[in-house]
Design a protein around this ligand. Structure first.
Ligand code: HEC
Length: 422
């Protein structure tokens, strides 16, 4: 054991501030706060275990296998050692005078103060039990004029029941969710059909993603000179996925945006590599699914976000360059549905025209997967958590004259589909 004892105030608190408190404080994702000795002490053993096993802090990229990410949550060996030494020596408090000053977090919004906020105008009361279907709420003409968004964030209201929220923009002329009135909660019938985009509309004319929330998700870091364009006349659409938590709870979640202060130099869009034709046999413990897109134009890639559901096991992105060289961009060897992590590249990737972006997913539909809702079933595409998805989301930065709908070469064969904006 170290000659000077490791104490909470002197040694442990700085480590918690740096690695844990963004989530472990009141009002954030984690169920318990680690701000004071009193709050933290009962968790000492659990902390040692969660850190030793790699469960905390949540970060699932294999280090060394892909690119470097500036939002990497991997702890330094020294910080891990401090926590383990502290627990080993009986988790002493030490002297409060040794504590570093408390970190000042921005209350309410992680991204900073929004310029505009839309809160659900009425509460949705999540029932005590049962399954709640994906529910939508449309705020009509939320964007009367062309709007450049620098950052967007969703604040969940009733955290225990908010599984995820996505804020979409529905441009004028889109047929998405047609026939449903705005100003009320509804469950669309066409949800069952999965991703159904009419052939006469370009992806970006159908809907555009602006922000997503799931526990632990942080708003994307804005890039200098980059912003998302929302066309004039667009509606704002909340996609709400609630899970019952034992007692009825009303929720009024919000979406906030920060506007670009100057005319942007780049347009940021979210694209996706999809395979909607997946079919995972009952009991298969390592079922592989692939999909790829080839760039018809050069783009800059800012971040990637793999998305699967409870049978998701591993996910990988690779770039195959026109020279034939290839490299792994991100490898997630142990995918965890609970953490919808966006991996933001430390240096944005400039990908030349002709680059193929390949995604490979593996699924565990066996009884050994403790999250598996039913290993006896073949599983197909669908957005409910007992169905499966294969989505390799990519955040791209374009020149202002580039069309987000013609970035990829046309897919040669189904079921691989591409969409310039999800
Ligand atoms: C991105 C948000 C986030 C960060 C960062 C984070 N946690 Fe957590 N932590 C959570 C959430 C949410 C839970 C509850 C859900 C769960 O257990 O998966 C949790 C649960 C835990 C638990 C209970 C685990 C169990 O098995 O019951 C421990 C212990 C813990 N965190 C320790 C830490 C420590 C120590 C750090 C920093 C080194 C840290 N966490 C960083 C979000 C976070």
């Amino acid at each position: 054991m170290a000659a000077t004892p490791v104490t909470f105030h002197k040694d442990v608190l700085p480590v918690l501030q740096k690695n844990c408190q963004t989530c472990h404080r009141p009002g954030e994702a984690a169920p318990m706060a680690f701000l004071t000795y009193k709050e933290t002490r009962p968790w000492a053993k659990a902390i040692r275990e969660a850190v030793a096993s790699g469960k905390m802090p949540p970060w699932t990229a294999e280090s060394g296998a892909g690119k470097k990410f500036h939002n990497d949550r991997t702890m330094s060996a020294r910080d891990k050692q401090v926590l383990s030494d502290w627990v080993e020596s009986g988790a002493p408090e030490g002297n409060a005078a040794d504590a570093p000053p408390a970190v000042r977090f921005v209350e309410g919004w992680i991204m900073g103060k929004p310029d505009k906020v839309w809160q659900l105008p009425e509460a949705y009361t999540v029932p005590a039990s049962g399954t709640v279907e994906y529910t939508y709420y449309i705020i009509p003409n939320a964007f009367p004029e062309d709007t450049w968004i620098e950052s967007a964030e969703i604040r969940p209201d009733a955290r225990p029941v908010v599984h995820h929220v996505i804020a979409y923009v529905r441009p004028p002329g889109s047929t998405w969710l047609n026939g449903h009135d705005s100003g009320q909660f509804f469950v669309p019938a066409e949800r069952k059909a999965g991703v159904q985009q009419p052939p006469n509309l370009k992806p970006s004319q159908w809907r555009q993603w602006i922000a997503g929330y799931a526990p632990g998700v942080r708003p994307h870091t804005p890039v200098k000179g980059g912003a998302r364009l929302v066309p004039a006349g667009s509606d704002l659409v909340f996609e709400l996925h609630y899970t019952a938590a034992g007692k009825p709870m009303p929720d009024r979640s919000s979406v906030g945006i920060i506007l670009a202060k100057e005319k942007p130099e780049h347009r940021v869009v979210t694209s996706v590599v999809l395979n909607t034709g997946l079919k995972i046999p009952a009991g298969a413990d390592n079922h592989r699914v692939d999909a790829s897109v080839t760039l018809a134009e050069p783009v800059t890639m800012l971040s990637v976000t793999p998305h699967m559901h409870l049978r998701g096991k591993a996910f990988e992105y690779r770039a195959i360059y026109p020279t034939g060289e290839s490299e792994v961009l991100l490898r997630v060897p142990k995918y965890d549905f609970n953490w919808q992590i966006s991996y933001e590249f430390e240096k944005p990737l400039n990908l030349p025209k002709g680059t193929r972006i390949e995604c490979t997913a593996h699924y565990d539909n066996s009884a050994n997967n403790r999250f598996n809702p039913d290993p006896s079933k073949e599983v197909k595409w669908g957005d409910q958590s007992w169905e499966e998805m294969f989505a390799g989301f990519m955040e791209l930065s374009l020149n202002l004259n580039q069309d987000p709908d013609t970035l990829f070469e046309k897919a040669k064969k189904p079921p691989v589909q591409t969409a310039a904006n999800r």
